[in-house]
Design a protein around this ligand. Sequence first.
Ligand code: NI
Length: 220
Amino acid sequence: MRLSIANVLTPEECAEIRAKLARADFVDGKTTAGWHARLVKENEQARHHDPEARRVLDLARRRLLDHPVFVAAARPKAFAGLLLSRYRPGMHYGRHVDDAIMGGVRTDLSFTLFLCEPDSYEGGALVIEDAEGESEVRLPAGSLYLYPSTTLHRVDPVTRGERLAVVGWVRSFVRDPLAREILFDLETVRRLEFERHGKSDVFDLVSKSLANLLRCWAED
Ligand code: NI
């Protein structure tokens, strides 16, 4: 399942982050790519110990773990990694698959949290390939795109302006994408039922099924 999630950060927060990151220390993105991805990775990322970058990544982590849609879709057990990437004109990240294990943690889902408004730069689309073709993703500042780490994907060259994003990887409590989708749908149904009829009998039974399916499928 792929999902766009709006308003993980507000436009004001993104503007503030962009201003602060103008002073942050960025290095060649190849330092964190696997040996084959390194061949096609031409971007920059904030240095791990840069204090501004750390503050931004901590804020992103907190917001994601508090976001009901992200939590329902990803069922995050841990972040396998989180970094700030920057693309300036001419930079891109060619087609690759993300490493299956990062720092000893399995990657089930990948995400990009866009920090720049789409009209402030040209190019730089996240492109995901699958059997049905290619999907291009360019979201407003503060929006996140969540997709399976199993896909081939790339970031097209930026031809004007600057593209800043938080990118990250999630180890999910639920490994099977179909199981995650069923849980996500049931969570959606449960919330709709609650909005319409409160804590009804239907709500209670769906909640019970959801909790028990999660018990069946979660790897803790
Ligand atoms: Ni990638």
